[in-house]
Design a protein around this ligand. Structure first.
Ligand SMILES: Nc1nc2c(ncn2[C@@H]2O[C@H](COP(=O)(O)OP(=O)(O)OP(=O)(O)O)[C@@H](O)[C@H]2O)c(=O)[nH]1
Ligand SMILES: [Mg+2]
Length: 391
């Protein structure tokens, strides 16, 4: 794969913009003065009109034929800018390879996704946002990434650079802190939040993951100790992608296999942004539950009292004497929306505003953190240089 330099941006180049294995549709971008001619020789619009007449911003449907004799493949073509096009085809390897081979045969040079994004804009932060964009799983996180691709983060960094060059340390630190505080959300724009479901055997963790994601992802059984390996599934709530991990029930055991599963439960808990401790409301809260809570206390944890449908009394009485938490029934679905709201409230207590600048990768967050440390130490030249690397 080549690196795209300025001169090559005027040539006809193309890149696969959706990483393999990401969804059912893949995007091939093509750009340059010769792009329209090559496209017209492979793509037949369903509307029988010419490719060149497609206005900027229009999405059209049609058939891709790299040879006149081939049956072709249904694709969608979008004109992103005058000489900038996207071909959306089926996500399998064969369809993408066929589209790219046909374009290469017509003179397109291959470039990689990073070079493509870099060629689309002069702002390296916007280019990084463009590259990360296909990994955003919801409309809300995509919209935030679009704002960064539109230059919000660059503008915020330029303001900080101006404050540093004016030797205004207070303002620089205040602005840097604002950005750094948004980092936890930013790092979850292109990757889901990780939520681990842990608890004692039979509490209903597998039943919960199934009902939360809407399909039978995990095996449910009345036999305690059913789940061994960690089972993950992704869903979204309030526009945030959430990756739940169902884990083995935690208890003392002599069974080596079960013990290995329990070790994985704790590893999932340690790696999670939030742990949901699932307890069985039909069983009394015991000292074993307390011990388990204590072992989880090093990380953010939310308690869920499951099997609300088995409670013989009203919710308040059923929860009396138990630690505060959300009462749910994986069977009836009662309380699930409250649970998901509580998860989001814990993960994102104060979401950024839609137009806010948000640092969205670890390298950007690290650079901001180091810039702040230099400003705090009075090393303004080093701070400016470190921030400058982002710009
Ligand atoms: N009545 C009732 N039963 C439930 C509920 N949730 C789960 N169960 C039952 O509780 C039993 C255990 O459920 P699982 O979801 O397998 O429990 P688990 O926590 O994953 O168990 P392990 O994998 O053994 O740790 C099954 O018989 C479920 O049908 C609920 O909300 N109400
Ligand atoms: Mg289970």
């Amino acid at each position: 794969m080549m690196k795209l330099d300025r001169q090559q941006q005027t040539a006809f180049v193309m890149a696969r913009l959706t990483p393999p294995g990401r969804g059912a549709v893949a995007v091939v971008g093509l750009r340059g003065p010769a792009a329209v001619t090559a496209l017209a020789s492979c793509f037949e619009r369903a509307a029988q009109a010419s490719v060149a007449s497609i206005p900027v911003g229009r999405i059209v449907f049609g058939r891709w034929r790299s040879r006149a004799s081939s049956a072709g493949e249904e694709v969608v073509v979008a004109r992103v800018a005058d000489a900038d096009w996207e071909v959306h085809c089926h996500g399998g390897e064969a369809a993408v390879a066929a589209v790219m081979e046909a374009l290469a045969a017509r003179g397109a040079m291959r470039c990689d996704e990073a070079a493509w994004c870099q060629g689309a804009c002069q702002d390296p932060l916007a280019a990084a946002a463009l590259k990360a964009w296909p990994n955003c799983l919801t409309e809300r996180t995509s919209a935030w990434m679009a704002v960064q691709a539109g230059g919000a983060l660059r503008r915020a960094c330029l303001e900080i650079a101006a404050a540093i060059s004016a030797a205004d340390a207070d303002k620089s630190i205040e602005r840097l802190d604002t950005l750094i505080q948004r980092a936890p959300c930013g790092l979850r724009l292109a990757q889901p939040w990780q939520v681990a479901l842990v608890g004692r055997p039979n509490a209903g963790k597998s039943s919960l993951i199934n009902v939360l994601v809407g399909y039978e992802r995990a095996i449910v059984s009345p036999i305690p100790g059913t789940t061994r390996d960690v089972v993950v599934a992704t869903t979204a709530w309030q526009g945030w992608p959430l990756r739940f991990a169902d884990t083995a029930g935690v208890r003392e055991t002599d069974d080596g296999l079960e013990a290995a599963g329990i070790e994985r439960s704790f590893a999932s808990h340690a790696a999670a942004d939030l742990t949901v401790h699932v307890a069985d409301l039909s069983q009394p809260w015991t000292s074993e539950d307390d011990r388990m809570m204590a072992s989880l206390s090093t990380r953010p944890t939310l308690i869920v009292h499951n099997k609300l449908d088995l409670a013989a009394t009203d919710v308040e009485s059923a929860l009396a004497g138990r630690p505060p938490g959300v009462a749910v029934s994986a069977w009836t679905g009662a309380g699930l929306e409250r649970l998901l709201d509580a998860v989001i409230q814990r993960l994102v207590p104060v979401p950024p505003a839609p137009e806010d600048a948000i640092p969205f990768s670890t390298s950007i967050v690290e650079a901001l953190g180091q810039t702040r440390a230099f400003v705090a130490a009075g090393e303004l030249a080093r701070a400016a240089a470190r921030l400058g690397e982002l710009l």
